[in-house]
Design a protein around this ligand. Structure first.
Ligand SMILES: [Zn+2]
Length: 239
């Protein structure tokens, strides 16, 4: 086969007439084959699985995890589609001005009525590693600034760790704890706690070398430990 033939095989007409290059055609098609095989396996185990799935969702868990491809919520927790509502971003950061995260949180807490919100970080997190360095990576530097702020809050501990891997993984843990705290400070979580007592916010870290989750034991059930300035009164004042 000539180079020209190769090029022909790597190009396919797009709907608007222009040619698009499918450099990863093999891996792309593998996704569709994988989907067909997954459907077949599922139906073999549970013939009504998709009929049930199509009727709606009532997950009890909201997972806020890292976008890293190695930490998918369902696989890590051994759960099925329909059991975990998921939001992911780089380094599982929860910022009170992030409308995307707040919308997911509000829907999960107030419409789906989830009982557990889990912030899940992971050892060896590339986002946290980038925040630890002084290199520039582009737009993401502004997002990672939130993690640099976590470092500043805990510099008295982190500055004493000389092993770079240990320092990274400790910052991963501290970042998860701070994001749990950030979630608890939101009006969404505080108002939910005023209405019901079955909502908990947890912090986890996944060890990629073993696959096992470490519960950081920072679970929160109420606003009493937030600190005076963050605690909100129960009623929005009338205008
Ligand atoms: Zn990560």
């Amino acid at each position: 086969m000539t180079t020209t033939d190769n090029n022909k095989n790597n190009h396919k007409p797009s709907p608007n007439g222009k040619e698009i290059r499918l450099a990863q055609k093999g891996s792309y098609e593998a996704l569709l084959r994988g989907n067909a095989e997954w459907v077949e396996r599922r139906l073999k185990d549970e013939p009504d699985f998709f009929k049930t799935l199509a009727q709606g969702q009532s997950p009890e868990v909201l997972w806020i995890g890292c976008s890293d491809s190695r930490v998918p919520a369902n696989e890590v927790t051994g759960t099925k589609p329909g059991e975990v509502f998921v939001h992911r971003n780089i380094a599982n950061v929860c910022v009170h001005s992030d409308m995307n995260m707040l919308s997911v949180l509000d829907y999960a807490v107030n419409v789906l009525k989830v009982k557990h919100v889990i912030v899940a970080g992971h050892h060896g997190c590339g986002g946290v590693a980038a925040a630890l360095s002084n290199k520039q990576f582009g737009l993401i530097d502004n997002w990672l600034r939130h993690i640099k702020d976590v470092y500043r809050l805990h510099s008295h501990e982190l500055d004493r760790i000389t092993d770079e891997t240990q320092k990274l993984n400790r910052l991963v843990e501290l970042n998860v704890s701070e994001q749990v705290y950030n979630l608890c400070k939101t009006s969404i979580i505080q108002n939910a706690w005023m209405e019901r007592d079955d909502l908990e916010v947890h912090g986890w870290v996944i060890n990629l070398s073993t696959g096992l989750v470490k519960d950081l034991k920072v679970s929160s059930y109420g606003a009493h430990n937030l600190g005076y300035v963050y605690e909100l009164d129960g009623v929005v004042p009338a205008k």
